[in-house]
Write a protein that binds this ligand. Structure first.
Ligand code: ADP
Length: 415
């Protein structure tokens, strides 16, 4: 099957076309035949990047007024005889569409085929993820408008994997009515990534899902950790929204909630202004004062910039704290898995996170750590380490495509 994997943000449309099918999962013979990104959707100078396997990318700046136009632009490119995507000449060669949907609330524990009822439920979850769900919905509606019911559409939720968390992990210690009435609880995000790397790990070591006990660290622009026991997520660091937990590029992660009132009373701004600071101006950017990008911070730290060094230490300490917490919660883990931009690339962060955890059974091999580069799956702990440490590249799009195939063919999910 050719699956069109779509990830719509408020002003961006990201896609891949993946050729995959049930019999290809075992051999990993799925293949990405095209990918692209349209940024600044809604503006006259949208940036278009389209790339078919083995061909020079198309890079242009054009007016793209909404998500529908963005998808139509991709369609036009796909059907252009000059483009030549392997096995694809027109939209008739696309068999299904898989959408990334950020928030599935408590309703979706797995990926589902989209119909009217599912759409209404995704709409209902929109106030839990006001920045993300409406954008995801725009992509779904645009596909309906363009393709009608001809191509099945599937929703894959960021929150779904974490719905196995027990009550004591997902409930906040606030009045129960707030949960009962407003569904205020921890949901967790990056579920597709945590699930994917845990799946890769189990394939690598040859274990059944129920025997996998690992801590996964998704460290990218957004960062989260998950405790995966017997193959199921039993805790994760993000909460009602993706603000909670680890320190991120521009998000604070955990803070004392009373800080919000204190800032408000100090006249720093409205509640919206304060949350803007916590979401967009905090984290690595806030502490370093100059960048949210780990590469810039590492470089400045190496040159002696104190605030950059401090940002690195705060970042690493928060990750360590959750490794300790999850080790306790799981009664020990067999492996720690680093993934995403920072997790896959930063030798320094992996070293700082694992340093001084020997008494927890974590011993990093410094040489192997240096050899781990993006795109490569490898073990970076010493043989003597009781807890193995791995770098496993994430691939959320592949999981989206595979889930789409499973849902369309009505085959139960297994990871
Ligand atoms: P997203 O979370 O948006 O999917 P990524 O997983 O690609 O993003 O992570 C992006 C982040 O990864 C960048 O902001 C950068 O901080 C970090 N990163 C990428 N390459 C490196 C590198 N070589 N060293 C350190 N950090 C890196």
């Amino acid at each position: 099957m050719n699956v069109f994997v779509l990830n719509c943000g408020s002003s961006s449309v990201k896609f891949q076309i993946i050729n995959t099918d049930l019999d290809m999962f075992e051999t990993d013979s799925d293949r990405r035949v095209a990918k692209g990104l349209i940024e600044r959707v809604g503006q006259d100078d949208a940036i278009i990047n389209l790339e078919a396997e083995g061909q020079e990318p198309v890079k242009t700046v054009e007016p793209i007024h909404d998500h529908r136009e963005a998808i139509l632009r991709i369609k036009q490119w796909m059907e252009d005889p000059k483009t030549r995507i392997n096995g694809i000449h027109s939209w008739d060669d696309i068999h299904a569409i898989g959408h990334r949907v950020v928030h599935g609330g408590e309703k979706f524990a797995k990926s589902v085929k989209i119909d009217k009822e599912v759409l209404a439920q995704i709409e209902e979850c929109a106030d839990l993820a006001p920045l993300h769900n409406p954008a995801n919905l725009k992509g779904i509606y645009a596909c309906y408008e363009i393709f009608g019911d001809k191509i099945p559409q599937v929703a894959v939720f960021d929150t779904a994997f974490h719905l196995t968390m027990p009550e004591e992990a997902y409930l906040y210690a606030i009045p129960m009515e707030l949960y009962e009435k407003y569904r205020i609880r921890r949901y967790g995000f990056h579920g597709t990534s945590h699930r994917y790397v845990a799946y890769r790990y189990r394939k690598l070591v040859g274990k059944p899902r129920e025997e996998v006990n690992v801590i996964t660290l998704h460290l990218g622009n957004g960062c989260s950790a998950a405790a995966i026991k017997k193959g199921q997520s039993i805790n994760t660091t993000m909460g009602l929204t993706p603000l909670e937990g680890l320190v991120m590029g521009t998000r604070s992660g955990d803070i004392d909630a009373a800080i919000v009132e204190y800032m408000f009373n100090k006249g720093i701004g409205s509640v919206a202004d304060i949350f803007n600071i916590l979401n967009k101006k905090s984290g690595m950017l806030g502490v370093s004062g100059f960048s949210n990008d780990m590469r810039d911070i590492e470089k400045a730290a190496a040159e002696g910039n104190h605030r950059a060094q401090l940002a690195l230490r705060i970042f690493a300490l928060r990750v360590k704290k959750y490794i300790g917490a999850y080790m306790a919660e799981m009664n020990g883990a067999e492996a720690i898995i680093f993934t995403a931009g920072i997790g896959e690339n930063s030798v320094l962060i992996r070293k700082m996170v694992c340093e001084g955890l020997e008494n927890l059974g974590i011993e990093l091999d410094e040489e192997l750590n240096k050899q781990a580069v993006r795109g490569k799956c490898m073990k970076i702990s010493k043989d003597s380490s009781k807890v193995a440490v791995y770098v496993i590249p994430t691939n959320e799009e592949l999981l989206l495509a595979r889930d789409t195939v499973r849902v369309v063919k009505d085959v139960p999910r297994q990871w």
